[in-house]
Design a protein. Structure first.
Length: 263
């Protein structure tokens, strides 16, 4: 299974937000998207999910252009974990996860025993089954994020789009969530596309990275080829030290100074 993004351009009115975005991702792979604020990361995810309609270009899943799919069909293929989820009613955790089955139901259909089983399985995978009867507004931030991932998994998607899923979480829950995403991609053969501001988490858990600058792909490839001193200086306008952490077998990026402060 493959996700292909072919030559996407997107404009907000007269402002070009994305330009000539082309890449592909295979099943079982985690693709990280990094870049400074305003570089187009979240916009790119919304174009992949067709929440935003690209001016030109296409999104293909296994060679099929999703522009021909309705919203329900897209939701059966793509699960989304947003930066934050506002839930105004104290639904139980199980109710929230079960909402992931909506794309598979007709307008007047009720959930079947199969739907209930799929929701419970998604909760087992994300270690949230013990929260079944808890109101969603009474769980911790890390638990809540696992619940939202469980809801996305209940859709039985081929692709997971995650927009800064560790935002506002403490370091323990950051690792918990990002390791879960990595396991899901490997075990369930999902495609995971992950937006992150954390360069160290992104390069540690991504198989490949895309570095965006001003709506264009500045660099794409393995983390060690993308996260370089030169690239970070050029895109983020900062000096960094980069070394290899033997325990995590990944790069460690340490900011040193802003280029703006140099005389």
């Amino acid at each position: 299974m493959k996700l292909e993004i072919n030559g996407i351009d997107f404009h907000y009115d007269s402002v070009k937000a994305l330009e000539e975005i082309t890449f592909e991702v295979n099943e079982g792979e985690v693709l990280g998207i990094i870049g400074p604020n305003g570089s187009g990361k979240s916009t790119l995810l919304r174009c992949i999910n067709r929440v935003l309609e690209p001016k030109i270009g296409s999104v293909l899943i296994d060679g099929e252009n999703i522009s021909g799919l309705d919203r329900r069909e897209i939701a059966r293929n793509i699960g989304v974990v947003p930066q934050s989820s506002t839930i105004h009613f104290p639904f139980t955790v199980f109710d929230i996860v079960l909402m992931g089955r909506t794309p598979h139901l007709g307008r007047l259909d009720r959930e079947t025993s199969k739907d209930l089983e799929i929701a419970k399985n998604a909760m087992t995978i994300t270690n949230t089954l013990h929260l079944t009867d808890r109101p969603i507004d009474e769980v911790s931030g890390g638990e809540r994020q696992r619940v939202i991932i469980a809801r996305a998994l209940a859709q039985e998607p081929k692709i997971l789009l995650l927009d800064e899923p560790t935002l506002h979480l403490d370091i323990n829950h950051q690792l918990e969530i990002i390791e879960l995403i990595k396991r899901l991609a490997r075990k369930n053969r999902l495609i995971a596309v992950l937006v992150s501001h954390d360069l160290n988490l992104a390069n540690r858990y991504s198989d490949r990275l895309i570095l965006l600058r001003s709506g264009r792909i500045f660099s794409i490839g393995k983390p060690e080829d993308v996260v370089t001193k030169e690239n970070i200086r050029e895109v983020y306008n900062i000096e960094v030290d980069i070394d290899h952490n033997k325990k995590t077998n990944s790069l460690n990026v340490v900011p040193i100074s802003s280029m703006d402060n140099k005389l």
